[in-house]
Design a protein around this ligand. Structure first.
Ligand code: NIG
Ligand code: FE
Length: 430
């Protein structure tokens, strides 16, 4: 079933004309069409001016069953959130409070909090409890404009509990309209029972967990938290190469808290994405550029941990394709709202609105190896888009702290819209 959308005030296509991503000055090109029309089924059939659509229809070259008046509002591609840890149970609000009092993320982890606090909670939770916790969070992400979300395991850290998390992620993907891409992050932390024999945990990852995940086809990607106190470069290389042998592609938590050179490792292994990069070196930046690895920046984490932001301007100047994501997790950044991330990217990392939007759509799709079918509004790609209650797309950044998403469409179907009384108050607001 096809729909003709008319009266689109601005159609922000982010068109890439076959390119996998945009880098450098091209990140400022949004491909905006005024007064456009679009015909969508599951994929985008046609884009142009409304009068052309009717001419083609009369000639029998274009058809639709429904006409939908967008009311002069703005349409943008749905946001692709390419880095989340969104399936978990429990709250770490007390850790947040302690950090505001001066404790660091690493100090809290050393005292038994951090990732291990969530791991303990997840190990005790059933699949149903995990789904019940994640469902409202994922719906909220969608209502704020996310149409594709990568979700990592990494809060189980036993074979059974990692498989449990990945099965939950698969069930959520079946239940929700959101497109969900699963990543195995068994190398998120060394669990305490392996503290004095960490090599055994790396063996467990390579000989048991990765084969089990691959056998069930539960993850498309494998990720490693390369960090002091977590996994070394050598351990990460072995884990990621094993995952590659089992058919997974790789991505890396790189140079988040200390400059270890994990960006270089990501580039060398041909990772699709190197993420965080708060402490990336100049050598690391050049390695990413040369390998075409996407730099996925997560400004919500620097904001929450009050750390210096990743060098977005330097990365863009070096022609590294930059993506943006939430990092949604219960510890270092509890935020599922991509609009907040866009705001931080502009205000605190010095990105331009156009660059931030490209980073959250096309380049984020590239960070999941999906930019051939997602991330921009072009004929042949999936019809995943947002109707924003705005006149001009720059207002998405200018007017911050509120939700501008009026409708979410995924695969040509409207899967959510704000209740009409919210966008059009029936009585004057006093
Ligand atoms: O991306 N870096 C590791 N993982 C998350 C934090 C997870 C947690 O604290 O629970 C991150 O920051
Ligand atoms: Fe993360």
């Amino acid at each position: 079933m096809a729909t003709l959308l008319v009266n689109i005030g601005q159609l922000v296509t982010v068109r890439a004309d076959g390119a996998r991503w945009k880098a450098g000055p091209a990140m400022q090109e949004l491909g905006i069409l005024q007064r456009a029309a679009m015909v969508v089924g599951e994929r985008i059939h046609w884009i142009g001016l409304p009068e052309e659509a009717y001419q083609l229809q009369a000639a029998g070259l274009l058809q639709w069953e429904e006409v939908y008046d967008v009311g002069g509002r703005v349409i943008v591609p749905g946001f692709v959130d390419a880095h989340t840890h969104a399936v978990f149970v429990g709250s770490r609000a007390h850790e947040y409070r302690r950090r505001l009092g001066g404790a660091t993320y690493q100090q809290i982890a050393a005292a038994g909090g951090g990732i291990m606090a969530t791991v303990q909670a997840v190990r005790h939770a059933s699949e149903e409890e995990l789904i019940a916790a994640a469902r409202p969070l994922l719906w909220r992400a969608l209502q704020h404009g996310t149409t594709t979300m990568e979700i990592k395991s990494g809060y189980g850290l036993t074979t059974a509990d990692e498989l449990k998390l990945l099965r939950v992620i698969r069930r959520l993907a079946q239940e929700l309209p959101l497109r969900i891409i699963p990543t195995f992050l068994g190398a998120h932390a060394i669990p305490p029972e392996y503290r004095d024999r960490r090599a055994d945990y790396v063996d467990l990852l390579c000989y048991e967990m990765i084969p089990a995940v691959a056998a069930e086809g539960l993850a498309e990607y494998c990720d490693v938290f390369v960090e002091e106190g977590y996994f070394t470069l050598e351990e990460a290389e072995r884990i990621l190469q094993t995952a590659q042998q089992y058919g997974m592609r790789v991505r890396v938590h790189a140079d988040e808290l200390t400059p270890l050179g994990a960006a270089e490792l990501a580039a060398r292994l041909g990772a699709v994405s190197a993420d965080h990069l708060l402490f990336v070196s100049d050598v690391g930046i050049e390695a990413l550029r040369a390998s075409g690895t996407i730099a996925t920046l997560l400004p919500g984490t620097a904001y929450t941990l009050r750390l210096p932001y990743a060098p977005a301007r330097k990365l863009i100047a070096a022609d590294v394709p930059v993506a943006l994501a939430t990092d949604c997790n219960p510890g270092s950044c509890f935020c599922e709202n991509m609009q907040m991330i866009l705001s931080l990217a502009c205000q605190d990392m010095g990105m331009l609105p156009e660059e931030a939007l490209v980073a959250a759509t096309l380049n984020a799709a590239a960070a999941l190896d999906r930019s051939h079918e997602l991330g921009s509004l072009e004929v042949g790609k999936y019809a995943d888009f947002l109707v924003l209650q705005l006149q001009d797309v720059i207002e998405l950044f200018y007017h911050f702290g509120v939700n501008h998403v009026a409708e979410v469409w995924i695969g040509g179907r409207r899967v959510w819209r704000v209740p009409p009384d919210v966008t059009k108050p029936s009585s004057p607001v006093s």
